[in-house]
Design a protein around this ligand. Structure first.
Ligand code: URA
Length: 441
């Protein structure tokens, strides 16, 4: 078999066989096929696309390129949740303790972020002494004892995806449905859960900018999961404005703590109830969605979800005083108020642009070696649909560099759009995709 022929076949729009897909994935992972040939193939796939069978075979080839995690030592059905990535997305920090408090085991391998802010692991490291590297027996032990553990990915999961994703990133071939679906699902399928809930973000701050593309991606991922015997459900959610108010690391942890104390932003709470009820249903903890929502509201109101967060932080060596008193979390030197220059209603807060501002403050990584400023970020004071008066604070910028903070303040005034008349609150959940099909809401 020759790589040249595989590139030419896809360039002409033909379907690749399983053997051809296995050949290029293995050859590239082993370093036998050069970047330039794989780049050409990726571009051919980008334009000519892959069908469902090819996408499933690509997923399997990447999944089989590395280790898979065995979670069979954990009792019960293991359900994983994955977000395709957004701005202000602290869902895992809230959802983990919520569903664990309902009796569902959560064994989550998480990543650091190369996005506008850090990933879940970076955020958790705002809590003093919190350990993200757990030995396998401690990871399993914690889940069996308290239903919850989150740790860094130590195993060599889907190394083919790591190489291919890095190449896609620099060859303008990221946003193809089959390539994204196979990339996400190869990692999810390797991490040992029995069922998967996907949070597919749609909007300015997401990979998927329009709803039809997002539904196609969701369908593709759900099909891949179900074809490999993992009950998979996707929830499509709005990422046009940031989720909640906080965009950063320590400030997102604080917002997550407040949410578990029943003082959370409406959109974040609603998303956690939607995703959480699906998780509880897939995990056989409840018989229907309504029962799941009721149970989740209960553990927030009776404090059990917050107590679970304390247990979780303690079990991973973190200082629980940081949770009880979030003022101890890393704090920026300057807090700059961004004031509205006019009266009206907020009509848009472009999530991607807010994310870029947070990145420039140091909340995210420009390159994989960048050092994060855990204290930096933006706390919105208003959301789309809110009324504002001239002089009202629109956002607070947390920065350790006054000049960068001032520049971000100038940008945010343009990003947070105030118009005379529009108090419409945006829709949060666009639809659900599961093995019964697509439900647009
Ligand atoms: N996230 C992934 O893991 N892979 C993609 O291709 C896009 C987003």
């Amino acid at each position: 078999m020759r790589m040249y022929d595989i590139i030419e076949k896809k360039r002409e729009g033909h379907e690749l066989t399983k053997e051809e897909i296995d050949f290029f994935v293995k050859g590239y992972t082993d370093g036998k096929i050069p970047d330039y040939q794989v780049s050409a193939l990726l571009m051919a796939i980008f334009f000519r696309k892959m069908n469902k069978r090819e996408t499933v075979d690509l997923t399997k080839a990447m999944l089989n390129s590395g280790e898979t995690i065995d979670l069979s030592a954990i009792k019960g059905i293991k359900v994983d949740k994955h977000s395709t990535g957004g701005v202000g997305d602290k869902t895992t920090l809230v959802l983990g303790p919520m569903v664990a408090a309902c009796g569902l085991p959560v064994a989550k391998m998480s990543g650091r972020g190369l996005g506008h802010t850090g990933g879940t692991l970076d955020k958790l490291e705002s809590i003093k002494n919190f350990k993200i590297a757990l030995k396998r027996e401690d990871f399993i032990g914690n889940v069996n004892n308290i239903n919850l553990a989150v740790c860094s990915q130590t195993a060599n999961i889907a190394p083919a995806d790591k190489k291919l994703y890095a190449l896609r990133d620099v060859t303008a071939t990221v946003d193809n449905t089959s390539l994204i679906a196979s990339s996400v699902m190869s990692k999810k399928l390797a991490s040992g859960s029995n069922a998967i809930v996907l949070d597919v973000k749609v909007g300015s701050g997401a990979f998927m900018k329009n709803l039809d593309d997002a539904f196609l991606l969701a369908e593709e991922m759900v099909d891949i999961g179900n074809s490999m015997d993992r009950n998979t459900v996707a929830v499509l959610s709005n990422m046009n404005e940031p989720l909640g108010y906080a965009v950063g690391n320590a400030i997102e942890v604080k917002e997550a703590i407040e949410t578990l104390q029943n003082r959370g932003p409406k959109d974040l709470v609603e998303l956690c109830l939607t995703l959480g009820s699906r998780l509880l249903l897939l995990g056989n903890i409840v018989d229907n969605i309504e029962e799941g929502r009721k149970m989740l509201v209960e553990v927030i109101e009776n404090g059990k979800a917050y107590e679970k967060l304390l247990e979780f932080v303690e079990a991973q060596g973190g200082d629980v005083e940081y949770v009880k008193n979030p003022e101890l979390l890393p704090k920026a030197e300057h807090i700059i108020e961004v004031e509205s220059e006019k009266e009206g209603y907020i009509t848009s807060i472009n999530a991607e642009k807010v994310g870029k501002c947070a990145l420039s403050l140091g909340a995210g990584r420009e390159t994989k070696d960048s050092i994060l400023d855990l204290s930096a970020g933006i706390i919105l004071n208003k959301k789309v649909g809110d009324k504002v008066n001239k002089g009202d604070v629109l956002a607070y910028i947390h920065s350790n560099d006054i000049n960068t903070g001032e520049k971000v303040s100038f940008s945010l005034k343009k990003i947070i759009d105030v118009k005379a008349n529009n108090d419409k609150k945006p829709k949060l959940i666009y639809g659900i995709v599961d093995n019964k099909g697509v439900k647009r809401l």
